[in-house]
Design a binder for this molecule. Structure first.
Ligand SMILES: *[C@@H]1O[C@H](CO)[C@@H](O)[C@H](O)[C@H]1NC(C)=O
Ligand SMILES: *[C@@H]1O[C@H](CO)[C@@H](O)[C@H](O)[C@H]1NC(C)=O
Ligand SMILES: *[C@@H]1O[C@H](CO)[C@@H](O)[C@H](O)[C@H]1NC(C)=O
Ligand SMILES: *[C@@H]1O[C@H](CO)[C@@H](O)[C@H](O)[C@H]1NC(C)=O
Ligand SMILES: *[C@@H]1O[C@H](CO)[C@@H](O)[C@H](O)[C@H]1NC(C)=O
Length: 326
């Protein structure tokens, strides 16, 4: 008779407690993050914090019920999986060390800390345990330094968005480790060097956006392997040069192609066989001259087209009259 009762007592004391609220250590980590935010605010009055939704973050309550937090409802442990911590800092600046408590939550699948006036280097070592991370958005801050190597070991990552920071260095060939990557967005940073050819092994990549950096060299041949690519943005990297490979226009799913503002040159003698309908195309400053190329005449889906038309001639322009020129 003793044994079933004991088992029942154990059940009542352990299982339910875990299934009704998020793990205690995770709640503590989140409260620590909140404390650091508020501390920053007290220390420096030019730093403004949006506290509204963080008011739901109270000790002794289930953090799965807090705003900006989502948990795994199917797991008995109700671990935190999503944190939408964007736009919490409204002005001033906060240090990137602020993120450390958040990075201790190893069950995270989606983390968004975009637009928070965060400055300093990305705390790379903090990411080593985030082995389930699918989406990481750190855009619109002031992260500096380089992309830490630890990010390349996040093998589950599908989306990496670091746009609008001041990240320098080069893009490492180790990017190939992120085999599940679908979106790589690094626009508006200071990334230099060449686009690593290893990028071509990311077969699931649908968006590659590297505009407004300091990249040099040419467009790697390996990009030909990216048959899922829908968006390729390489605008305004003054050092990108060489011929625009004609196969680029032949990528099956490509609909957004922006190559303007570089030293890339269009090969007007090459044969071009577009396989897709372009919606956005920028070949500004790519040396297009003469008549509208034949392959463009069959393209009808544009909502943006920039070919620097001043130098393109012929009455064939009439065809495009209804389009928006920029
Ligand atoms: C407060 O933040 C502003 C904006 O980032 C900065 O210029 C200023 O030096 C900071 N003041 C202190 C006392 O940290
Ligand atoms: C990054 O920014 C922080 C804070 O502004 C500064 O102390 C640090 O020296 C910078 N690091 C690099 C590599 O520029
Ligand atoms: C990663 O997990 C290990 C083992 O649980 C722990 O000792 C370490 O402190 C964790 N690292 C970070 C940065 O959270
Ligand atoms: C790519 O996407 C497919 C379909 O979503 C998926 O099955 C596969 O695991 C992904 N990763 C790689 C490396 O192919
Ligand atoms: C951009 O790259 C060139 C070398 O290609 C280098 O000389 C220059 O300092 C870089 N600019 C910035 C802002 O990093």
């Amino acid at each position: 008779m003793q044994k079933p009762i004991l088992l029942f007592v154990l059940f009542v004391f352990f299982i339910p407690r875990q299934s009704f609220s998020c793990p205690q250590d995770q709640r503590k980590s989140l409260l620590e993050f909140k404390k650091l935010l508020i501390h920053n605010n007290i220390k420096n009055h030019s730093t403004q914090i949006a506290l509204g939704e963080l008011k739901t973050w109270r000790p002794n309550s289930d953090c799965c019920r807090w705003k900006l937090v989502r948990c795994n409802a199917r797991s008995p442990f109700k671990e935190v999986t999503d944190l939408n911590l964007n736009n919490l800092v409204l002005s001033g600046s906060v240090s990137s060390t602020l993120l450390r408590p958040v990075l201790r939550i190893s069950s995270l699948m989606r983390l968004d800390v975009s637009s928070n006036f965060i400055q300093g280097e990305i705390p790379g070592d903090g990411f080593v345990n985030l082995t389930r991370l699918i989406s990481l958005d750190m855009g619109g801050n002031s992260f500096n330094g380089t992309i830490p190597p630890e990010l390349f070991s996040l093998k589950t990552l599908q989306r990496l968005d670091l746009r609008m920071n001041t990240i320098g260095g080069t893009l490492s060939g180790d990017i190939k480790e992120l085999k599940n990557l679908e979106e790589l967005i690094l626009d508006e940073n200071l990334v230099g060097g060449e686009i690593p050819p290893e990028i071509g092994s990311l077969v699931n990549l649908s968006a590659l956006s590297l505009s407004r950096n300091n990249l040099s060299g040419g467009i790697p041949w390996s990009i030909q392997n990216l048959t899922n690519l829908e968006t390729l943005e390489l605008e305004n990297n003054s050092g990108l040069s060489g011929e625009i490979p004609t196969w680029l226009v032949g990528l099956q799913k490509l609909s957004i192609l922006r190559l303007g503002g570089n030293k890339l040159q269009w090969n007007k003698n090459g044969s071009v066989f577009p396989q897709s309908k372009f919606t956005h195309l920028s070949l500004r400053s790519c040396g297009l001259q003469g008549n509208i190329p034949d392959w463009l005449k069959n393209q009808t889906d544009f909502s943006f087209l920039d070919l620097s038309l001043k130098r393109l001639g012929g009455n064939k322009l009439q065809r495009f009259k209804h389009k928006t020129w920029k």
